[in-house]
Design a protein around this ligand. Structure first.
Ligand code: GLN
Length: 553
């Protein structure tokens, strides 16, 4: 129930920004929304987000990274769309699976309720049963927040998005006008003679209006700022005031989008429209750390080779972002070069020669694994700083077993079921599993770190809690053998090996978990910072530790 003083029920969200996309997907509407959210948070509001993915998959866990980019993992083990990673990084919050609504989840729930007789004989229909479930999910995810950003994936006009737009229409009808804002992010292309064209925007807004939705704000994505005449034209045809049409030109770095959104005044306009302007912190009291972080000076550049099987930055998005955060902290620019793990086999290590450090990220299946093992060997033998994440940790175990312990044919049972030495084997609880969705060892689990190890130095603690996503682990039968030389497991979760390192190496660290999912611009992930610090030391690039500078200044 609403409280008498504020009229606002804190168990529900208070204000909602619904974000739709026009003309084409991949315009970065999630980044635009997240950037606006960052600014609202800096102005003192509690901001959260919901990403709607109108596909029938229940979650992103079974989806191919080639089509959808990386599967992002939340602390509760939710395997979700990578946009949730952007929301967590921009808003600085930890979310749960409830913040990713998919058609699969909605229909699964409604059909299960129908089977258990919950609808008491009703005909179960898209309206109202599906739309009610969508609205319930949005309200529940927004609970306790001042502002909830709700991004509808895809583009207006997609058949599969219709039920969501209808749910949002009903939602707006049920709430007060000043509690809801519709923002439409659209493409403004250029004609051959360099003129900005508004027709695609007009059409997508027309499509929105035909289903009863009128945008309050139109954001035009384009190479450059929108010309005044372009904004006026969009305003006229889309029936919004000219000051509600915002430019969103390309910027070099996604972390600069909040600065651009601010210079456009989109955050102020949103607060104004939602009746929040009076509660916002005065400009001088707003948190300005973001700007400080993302515009820091860099003293040099280091090159990190990322050895993976997908030639697609999105497939390793959180790893890229983590390297960027670590670069910001250490004051260096990080140039990430993708090295095809398949190619590693033919051309061996020549592809790695220019790299100052090597990262082998997570992965599944056999393709490219021999190349990854080669990359590990190169880094180990040549003293090149190395960070292995999940599969990159497992391949470091395989490499050591084969090339140092002489266990010929050692492998992970995932990749070679008949290996004579399954140094990496199925987790015992996985043995009888046959369904693939949401059944791995997932989410945040604590790791105990041994004192006086590299891991201890890197984390500055004897414990860390990081997110997981794996089905295989170090085979306990091989641990004594594996630790007989200079490899050691410096992090454990009960009987599970979580971190490995080599004593005689400038920086060789492998983690069974995925530290990249907790890295934030203002909280760079320790294993990535450790990697860059080692690289800086090896290459002699000057290190600016901004945090230390601040302390001594
Ligand atoms: N495929 C490996 C496993 O299931 C590694 C998983 C990963 O890298 N996320 O254990």
């Amino acid at each position: 129930m609403p409280t008498p003083e504020t009229g606002y029920d804190p168990s529900l969200g208070r204000k909602f920004v619904f974000v739709t996309g026009g003309v084409m997907s991949g315009l970065g509407k999630g980044i635009t929304a997240a950037s606006t959210g960052r600014l609202l948070a800096d102005a003192g509001f509690d901001v959260t987000a919901v990403k709607i993915d109108p596909y029938l998959n229940v979650d992103a866990g079974t989806m191919n990274p080639y089509q959808h980019g990386e599967v992002y993992v939340l602390k509760d083990g939710g395997e979700v769309d990578l946009d949730l990673g952007n929301y967590e990084r921009f808003l600085g919050t930890d979310m749960t699976s409830d913040h990713n609504v998919t058609t699969g989840k909605v229909y699964q729930e409604v059909i299960e309720k129908e089977r258990s007789g919950d609808y008491l004989g009703d005909t179960v229909q898209i309206i109202p049963h599906i739309t009610d479930d969508i609205k319930r999910r949005i309200r529940e995810a927004a609970a306790g927040s001042d502002v909830c950003l709700v991004e509808v994936g895809g583009t207006v006009g997609d058949i599969e998005g219709m039920q969501y737009l209808e749910a949002l229409r009903q939602f707006a009808h049920e709430e007060d006008d000043d509690d809801i804002l519709f923002a439409h992010v659209t493409l403004v292309p250029y004609s051959k003679n360099g003129e900005q064209k508004t027709k695609p925007t007009q059409h997508s807004v027309k499509e929105l209006r035909s289903i009863g939705l009128q945008p309050d704000v139109v954001v035009g994505r384009s190479e450059d700022e929108l010309a005044e005449s372009t904004r006026e034209k969009i305003a006229l045809f889309c029936d919004v005031p000219t000051e509600a049409v915002f430019s969103n030109p390309d910027v070099e770095d996604i972390y600069h989008v909040p600065l651009m959104v601010k210079s456009e005044g989109l955050d102020e306009y949103v607060m104004e429209q939602l009746g929040l302007a009076d509660e916002a912190l005065p400009e001088a009291e707003r948190d300005d750390r973001w700007r400080e972080l993302v515009t820091r000076e860099r003293s040099g550049e280091v090159e990190i080779a990322l050895v993976g099987k997908y030639d697609l930055e999105d497939a390793y998005m959180s790893v890229h972002e983590s390297l960027k955060h670590a670069g910001q902290k250490c004051g260096v620019e990080v140039d990430v070069s993708w090295v095809d793990s398949d190619e590693m086999l033919d051309r061996h290590t020549e592809r790695l020669r220019d790299a100052d450090g090597v990262v082998v990220p997570g992965g599944f299946g056999s393709r490219g694994t021999e190349g990854k093992i080669e990359a590990v060997r190169y880094a180990r033998e040549n003293g090149v700083p190395y960070l292995g994440l999940c599969l990159g940790f497992q391949m470091a175990v395989v490499e050591y077993a084969r090339n140092v312990l002489g266990l010929d044919g050692a492998h992970s049972a995932e990749i070679d079921a008949d290996t004579p030495h399954p140094v990496i084997d199925l987790l015992p609880e996985q043995e009888d599993r046959d369904d693939m969705g949401g059944t791995m060892r997932l989410g945040a689990h604590a790791t105990e770190i041994e004192a006086d190890t590299l891991a201890h130095e890197v984390y500055g603690d004897t414990q860390c809690t990081e997110r997981h996503r794996h089905r295989y682990e170090v085979n306990p039968a091989y641990i004594d053998d594996l630790e007989s030389g200079d490899l050691r497991f410096s992090g454990h979760a009960g009987r599970r090996m979580e971190i490995l390192e080599h004593d005689d190496h400038p920086y060789f660290l492998g983690t069974q978990f995925h530290p990249e999912f907790r890295s934030r611009p203002d909280r760079a992930s320790p294993p990535f910072v450790g990697l860059l610090e080692a690289v800086i030391e090896e290459t002699g690039v000057q290190n600016y530790d901004h945090d230390e500078t601040e302390v001594t200044a």
